[in-house]
Design a protein around this ligand. Structure first.
Ligand code: GLN
Length: 448
């Protein structure tokens, strides 16, 4: 059997015997077809023959796309998201669609209608979220790389919990055309892979201007050119707000050891402050929920997916399908977002959150005048137990403390593994200024 076809068979064999539940939909037929074409020399490109899994909120032509929700069961998009079109153009072998928190709302991949994904390092623990299926599939060798989306940490959190690399690109660098929106002013598609080189390669393929996305920014760069092992003269800022109370001691130690290693390799480090960090979680959850409540209005029971009962009038159909189709966390966020946007509360919550967002962005702008990159824990802890936060959504939201400021500001960040606590991986994130992906990739690659 030819080389790439054989690698597809191997990956699907592993998936067949896997306990991870990393995928919602598999496309073995499509994967074998592409791999066969690569073997025959009919398809080539920078990702030729490489297996790539795609998060289930990214549309794939002819392939079920559910966003981890019952409301989209049966929805087969008639078009590819721009990022998927770019994967195909470069010869990628798409293995299937990965599991996720419903509509990307979560930090654990437990809120999926299709059941939780398990952490490959410990099956009793979560893989992180919301791109937990992508993280687990990469770590569990069920694909070579994967796409996730990061609205408030959803690429970096599963990268950290599963011991892989994940990049949240600068807002506007990667097209969101065909990405089913959760909170569109915050989210970006990001690569996940087992090393920085693969993640940079995947970023090369998906980044770049797309006229179909009005927030897409024309910006050309070759990220793989920056896979250079050299941090001499680089100044690393260590934001004090990302350490200390609430951060696991082992995480703290592992991140500091990584900073010391970079110091030995020729970088300098200094402590810095991002004083508005303490307001980031509140601002993030208000903005994200407001945007979600508006974005999810399109799921009206008529246009996409789920059909149940007989159609009476529009109001009954709309209510019945939304009541049955959305899960608890999604409903909670639609209600809170609608409340915060309603007359009388809009100024108090939504506008206030936008003002805080500006302060957080300014914190980053100021700090990057004095340092090249920031280094901080990706997550304050290692992967938690499945069900640990089940009765307390607020305690789960708190886990996003180190990831959401980056999305509010729009700057890029890469998470790389930096050690273990017992058998559980720990992640460090390197944050850069706008379009400073080359610098954070170089730092992460040198460290790795
Ligand atoms: N955990 C965050 C949330 O629930 C981030 C999710 C994401 O990045 N999609 O909103």
């Amino acid at each position: 059997m030819a080389l790439y076809e054989e690698s597809v068979h191997k990956a699907f064999d592993r998936i067949k015997h896997s306990k991870l539940n990393a995928y919602i939909t598999l496309d073995k037929e499509g994967a074998l077809e592409t791999a066969g074409k690569v073997d025959d020399g009919k398809v080539s490109g920078r990702l030729a023959g490489m297996t790539v899994a795609v998060k289930d909120c990214i549309t794939t032509k002819g392939l079920l796309t559910t966003c981890g929700s019952k409301i989209l069961s049966g929805y087969v998009p008639p078009f590819d998201a721009e990022v998927v079109a770019r994967l195909r153009k470069e010869g990628a072998v798409i293995t299937g669609k990965t599991n996720m928190d419903e509509f990307a709302m979560g930090t654990s991949t437990e809120s999926s209608y299709y059941g939780p994904t398990k952490n490959p390092w410990d099956l009793t623990r979560v893989p992180g979220g919301s791109s937990g299926g992508s993280g687990a599939a990469v770590a569990g060798l069920e694909c070579r790389m994967a796409l996730g989306t990061d609205t408030g940490g959803s690429v970096r959190c599963p990268a950290s919990f599963c011991g892989v690399v994940g990049i949240k690109p600068t807002y506007g660098l990667v097209s969101r055309y065909g990405v089913i929106a959760y909170a569109n002013s915050l989210e970006q598609v990001g690569p996940m892979a087992r090393n920085v080189s693969d993640a940079a390669l995947l970023l090369d393929v998906i980044a770049g201007h797309d006229p179909k996305d009005s927030t897409s920014v024309p910006h050309d760069a070759c990220y793989t050119d920056h896979l250079v092992e050299d941090v001499k003269g680089l100044t690393i800022g260590v934001p004090k707000e990302y350490f200390g109370e609430g951060t696991d001691k082992k995480v703290d130690n592992a991140v500091w050891s990584a900073i010391m290693k970079l110091d030995k390799l020729g970088a300098d480090y200094k402590e810095v402050s991002l004083p508005h960090t303490k307001y980031a979680l509140s601002a993030y959850y208000i903005i994200a929920m407001c945007e979600a409540s508006s974005n999810l209005a399109r799921f009206d029971g008529l246009r996409y997916g789920l059909r149940i009962g007989k159609d009476e009038n529009w109001h009954t159909t709309f209510s019945r399908i939304r009541a049955e189709g959305f899960g608890e966390e999604v409903k909670r966020r639609i209600m809170l977002g609608t409340y915060a946007l309603s007359e009388g509360y809009y100024g108090k919550y939504y506008l206030k959150a936008l003002k805080v967002r500006t302060l957080i962005k300014q914190d980053f702008e100021k700090v990057f005048k004095g340092v090249d990159v920031l280094a901080a824990p990706t997550m304050p802890t290692t992967a938690f137990k499945i069900g640990e936060h089940a009765d307390d959504p607020l305690s789960m939201y708190m886990a996003d403390i180190d990831t959401v400021p980056v999305n509010l500001a729009g700057v890029p960040s890469i998470s790389v593994p930096c050690g273990f606590a017992g058998k559980l991986p720990i992640g460090i994130q390197f944050i850069g200024g706008f379009f400073d992906e080359p610098k954070i990739i170089r730092t992460a690659h040198t460290y790795e």
